[in-house]
Design a protein around this ligand. Structure first.
Ligand SMILES: NC(=O)c1ccc[n+]([C@@H]2O[C@H](COP(=O)([O-])OP(=O)(O)OC[C@H]3O[C@@H](n4cnc5c(N)ncnc54)[C@H](O)[C@@H]3O)[C@@H](O)[C@H]2O)c1
Length: 278
């Protein structure tokens, strides 16, 4: 039996009413379908958040904002490369300047194959360095800039997008190590900031049908989109690759007050794949 995802990402509630969210990587890679960061931005905005959509690609961030605006939501696009600390700081400052607080920080930026990742022995030192700087460094720096603001407010929620690769087998050494570092950082920051009522959690998506995951791999491994999707689906006990809404739904929960007693957790959204050892 195939279990369908929640493709609508809609509810009648306003679980992030009056909250200000900054999403790094709120655009998406070029290709068919929906990316995790864009889905999170749309989901947050539908639940009442004002969203600063930061991305290396301003064009892509603007597309996300257009979607949110077309539904009557409040969002602004901001160009920021997470390997540049000053741009991270500028994005966060802009949200606070515009809306007066920072309630949710969502770190979605991540790159694997397109960043020259692979087996460690096949990787250049430069690729290894850039895997670290994009996948881990960006998240760490964004937290570094958000925490003083959240401490002063005495509250906030940080959601870091890690990967099931952090705890399972991955063909990508740099990506896996960087995502495992995000899990470690999540635990560390959760413990050190609980006294300020700041919660820090991570999501570990499994095989999700985003343009980055599907198009980049199809191109690199010379397969059709359909072949790749079918291959990914057979690896998942629930019988399908996940959708970006599946990831965004957990992000919304963790960002909202409904998750008020949850911190330091790294949670899988993988259709049971990690437990499938048969
Ligand atoms: N798709 C999957 O199967 C899967 C599985 C596990 C984890 N993830 C994670 O989910 C997240 C989103 O993945 P996606 O598949 O939606 O990819 P995506 O490429 O569509 O989204 C990533 C976004 O980050 C932006 N970005 C890349 N480098 C940047 C930089 N240096 N500074 C600022 N922005 C930058 C891209 O422009 C893009 O908009 C990533 O962290 C990824 O590792 C995805």
């Amino acid at each position: 039996m195939t279990v369908n995802s929640n493709d609508e990402g809609r509810t009648a509630t306003k679980r992030l009413a009056d909250k200000v969210a900054v999403v790094f990587g709120g655009g998406q890679s070029v290709g068919e379908g929906l990316g995790n960061g864009r889905a999170a931005c749309v989901r947050f905005a539908r639940e009442g958040a004002r969203v600063l959509v930061a991305d290396r690609s301003l064009v892509s961030a603007e597309e996300t904002v257009r979607w949110i605006s077309s539904e009557g939501g409040d969002a602004v696009a901001f160009e920021a490369d997470v390997t540049r600390e000053s741009q991270i700081a500028a994005a966060i400052d802009e949200a606070v300047r515009k809306w007066g607080s920072l309630d949710v920080l969502h770190n979605n930026v991540g790159v694997s194959l397109a960043g020259g990742d692979g087996e460690l022995t096949e990787m250049s030192a430069d690729s290894l360095d850039s895997q670290y700087r994009i996948n881990f460094g960006g998240t760490a720096l964004a937290c570094r800039h958000a925490l003083p603001i959240m401490r002063k407010q005495r509250g906030g929620a940080i959601v870091n997008i890690s990967s099931a690769a952090a705890v399972g087998l991955s063909p990508f050494a740099g990506y896996k190590a960087a995502k495992a570092a995000i899990n470690a950082l999540t635990e560390q920051l959760a413990l050190q900031n609980a006294q300020y009522n700041i919660r820090v959690n991570a999501i570990m998506p499994g095989l999700i049908a985003t343009p980055m995951a599907v198009e980049t791999r199809a191109r690199t491994w010379n397969k059709t989109r359909e072949e790749l999707m079918a291959e990914r689906s057979t690896k998942v006990p629930l019988g399908r690759a996940g959708s970006a809404w599946d990831v965004a739904n957990l992000a919304l929960f963790l960002a909202s007050d409904e998750a008020n007693f949850i911190t330091g957790e790294c949670i899988l959204v993988d259709g049971g794949r990690i437990h499938n050892r048969i």
